[in-house]
Ligand binder design. Structure first.
Ligand code: GSH
Length: 177
């Protein structure tokens, strides 16, 4: 059966990409081992599991890696269809709307947030804050009125604007979540 097998999540605690996967695993009460990666010294397991992008999160299901947070969320939905709540709506059109807003958050909101974190001068930062405000205002105003209804749980799950603000995270702490 698709949902059989142990789950291990390679991640970093400050990463919104990782957090969105943790939200969904926890919402569905799926037990998993969390492995904290040091992105300044990536583990062999991470490099072998995600040789193309070398990023976290990586979900290992019975040893098989699934990469990219949005792909992981959809995989979890599909592999455990009997574990509510569903991340994506069942209606194909509403799924498309949900994916649109999830991609919007990744493209626009995250980039604006990174701008706030990494701009050097106050002027640059103020411009980045304005960009973030505009991106969030669009999300707030338009996603609620999009055909198909209010912002989906997928967009919400991806909506955290915290970021992987550090290239490194200390050590390789391992814990059961
Ligand atoms: N599109 C990817 C982005 C993942 C990502 O950028 N992860 C960062 C941490 S927040 C990372 O692993 N960075 C390490 C690197 O780029 O070398 C996803 O949604 O999973």
């Amino acid at each position: 059966m698709a949902g059989d097998g142990e789950l291990k999540l390679l991640g970093m605690w400050t990463s919104a990409f990782v957090l969105r996967v943790r939200f969904v695993l926890n919402l569905k009460s799926l037990p998993y081992e969390f492995v904290e990666e040091n992105l300044g010294d990536k583990s062999d397991l991470l490099l072998a599991s995600n040789p193309v992008n070398k990023t976290v999160p990586v979900l290992l299901h019975a040893g098989r890696p699934v990469n990219e947070s949005q792909v992981i969320l959809q995989y979890i939905d599909e592999a455990w269809p009997d574990r509510p709540p569903a991340v994506l709506p069942s209606d194909p059109y509403e799924r498309a709307v949900a994916r649109f807003w999830a991609a919007y958050v990744d493209d626009k909101v995250r980039l604006a947030w990174l701008g706030i974190l990494f701009r050097r001068t106050e002027e640059e930062r103020a411009a980045a804050v304005a960009q973030a405000d505009a991106a969030l205002e669009t999300l707030r105003a338009r996603s609620g009125s999009a055909p198909g209804g209010s912002p989906s749980s997928a967009a919400t799950a991806s909506g955290s604007s915290t970021s992987c603000s550090a290239a490194t995270s200390g050590g390789s702490r391992r814990s059961r979540s």
